[in-house]
Every structure is written in C-alpha cells, then in structure tokens.
Write a protein that binds this ligand. Structure first.
Ligand code: NAP
Length: 292
C-alpha cells in the first residue's frame, strides 16, 4: 500500500521501519529530517512536507502531543486537505481527536498503541482503533504490521484516545504501586528482585508488572524509552478528560504529582518509570539504582 508516515521518534521510527519491511511503499516525514536516514536507506522515500507525505491511500501520524499533531495537520503544508486517510497513532487529547474527526469530515481514525519502543520494533504492540468500519478496513493491513492485535472500539475515533489515556493511567498506577512496595520491602530487607519474582510468578503475572518491574529492579531509567514529560502529558490529558466527564480520580492526581516531582528533581531525560525514585527519595533512600 502507498502510505505516508509522519513522526519518526522512538515509536514512529520503529513502526515505519516495519511498514517498509512488510513491503509497503512508504513516504516519511519528520520535523528533524536526520531521523529519516535509516528508513531512507531501507527503501523509504523522504517527503518534503507533511502534505507531501499524505498523497497515498493512508497517512499515519505518531507524534509527541497535541501541539505536534496540530502543527502537522493544520500548519503550513499540513495534511488536512491531502487525499490520504489520516490514521493517528499519537497519544493525544480526546478534544483534539474530536476536532480532527470534524476537520477531516469523518475521514479519520484514531489508533493509539500500548507497548514500549521494543514492542514497536518487534511489531508486537496492541492497537486500539476507532472510526468508521469501511475506514478501519482500509487501515487494517497496515495495523497488522504494527502490532500483534488490533482492538476495534466503535465508530467514534476519540473513544480510542480515551481508552489509551485510561490504560496509561493504569500503567502509571502499576509502576507507582510497585515502586512503593519495592521501597517498603527494601527498607525491611527484601531484595527488589526477589519481590519482583514472587509477585510476577504468583498474582501479578501481567506484562505491565513484568516489563516495568524489570526496569525498576535494574534501574533502567536512562535513556528513556518513554520519557517522563510524555507520561506527564498523558496524566494531564487523563485529568482533563476526568474533569470534562466529572469523574474524581484522586490516585490520578497523586501520580501526576509524583511525575512532576520526578521531572523537577531529575530533569526531562528520564523514563516515566523513574517515579519509583521519587518514592525511594521520600523514604530517605538515596537516588542510587535499586539493587537486587
Ligand atoms: P519521541 O521519541 O519524543 O518522538 C516524538 C515525535 O514527535 C518526533 O518525531 C518529533 O519530531 C515529533 N514532534 C514533536 N514536536 C513536534 C512539533 N511541534 N512538530 C512536529 N513534530 C513534532 O516520542 P515517542 O516515544 O515516539 O512517542 C510518540 C507518541 O507515542 C506520543 O504521543 C507518546 O505518548 C506515544 N507513545 C509512546 C510510547 C513509548 O513507550 N515511547 C508508547 C505508547 C505510546 P523531532 O524528531 O523533530 O523531535
């Protein structure tokens, strides 16, 4: 399929590479063009503008936040009036997804993903897609090359964005609770690795505990696979949706605050799993890596 891909960061670069490997005719665009080099070497074409990347059947976006998505869609040489079907994989606000649906006159799909960059490379992400059934059908062959499974969540694109924000709230909650449990255990003499093994081999065998538990035990917070400021963006978007839908979420407020503390103390170049450091520091432990 002739497809454009816009946004070649940690996630987008890996996803676009899988589309190239799957044999699609891929045209890429990134604000910082040097990130396209590997893809061009692998057979992708470098577009001169977002609109130029959206001349095929589908254009996919995987951008940092609302501001980036707005720039690429509504900005100079944006994709708004280009012929391609827009499939947005970015984690953006519910409000922006609604605006994009209107602006694209319904010809728009939201398809955000669960999974970190390693899962993007392995094409094992989980995709949550929402939009009109005929449009979902057009995007299906591409989404099959992105992840191991695509969930369809009805015809309203913004529902997929709300789903993604709910999921990320739960991921952040899991990281926070593990960080607190491991700190408590460590202060009482239980090695974090032993705690992780017992938890994940008994009641907590879910991928989220295994993946992030390993990151906590090994203190792999840098380089960031999912940077803390992007996590903060997601908790802020979830909070905004909770306000709109009149849903008090006290845990969400607490973990958003922890993420903010992490960034204030350690700077933006740290994985959001680093919230475990905040708990350690608050408990009087040093910010040194958690050890087995
Ligand atoms: P990233 O590595 O920081 O990449 C962000 C991308 O957005 C880059 O291509 C960047 O371009 C572009 N961008 C930022 N501001 C822009 C602007 N104003 N105009 C145009 N382009 C702009 O982020 P990522 O980790 O790939 O995440 C991308 C999206 O996926 C985010 O919405 C994130 O929440 C979501 N997500 C991430 C993960 C994860 O584990 N990393 C997992 C699931 C979902 P430059 O290269 O020029 O900076």
């Amino acid at each position: 399929m002739k497809v454009g891909f816009i946004g070649l960061g940690h996630m987008g670069g890996a996803i676009a590479m899988n589309l190239v490997k799957a044999g699609h005719d891929v045209t890429v665009w990134n604000r910082s063009p040097e990130k396209a080099a590997k893809l061009v070497a692998a057979g992708a074409t470098l577009a001169t503008s977002p609109a130029n990347a959206a001349q095929g059947e589908v254009v996919m976006t995987m951008l940092a936040d609302d501001k980036a998505e707005e720039a690429v869609v509504f900005g100079d040489d944006g994709i708004l009036n280009a012929p391609a079907l827009h499939v947005s994989q970015s984690t953006i606000s519910v409000t922006l997804a609604e605006r994009l649906t209107q602006a694209h006159k319904g010809c728009f799909i939201s398809a955000p993903v669960f999974g970190r960059p390693a899962a993007a490379e392995a094409a094992s992400l989980f995709v949550v897609a929402a939009g009109k059934p005929n449009l979902l059908e057009v995007a299906a062959p591409l989404l099959r090359n992105v992840g191991q499974r695509t969930f369809h969540l009805g015809e309203t694109p913004s529902a997929a964005n709300l789903m993604k924000l709910c999921g990320n709230f739960m991921v952040m909650s899991a990281i926070n609770s593990m960080g607190e449990a491991m700190t408590l255990g460590e202060k009482g003499g239980i090695p974090p690795a032993a705690m992780l093994e017992i938890l994940t081999e008994s009641l907590f065998g879910a991928p989220v505990f295994k993946t992030y538990g390993e990151i906590l035990v090994r203190a792999r917070f840098q380089p960031a696979g999912f940077a803390a400021p992007l996590g903060l963006k997601d908790m802020t978007l979830a909070s905004s949706a909770a306000t709109t839908l009149e849903t008090p979420m006290p845990f969400l407020s607490a973990i958003r605050n922890n993420l903010l503390t992490l960034i204030a103390r350690h700077g933006p170049d740290i994985d959001w799993a680093g919230v475990a450091l905040v708990t350690r520091e608050n408990a009087g432990l040093t910010a040194s890596p958690l050890k087995a």
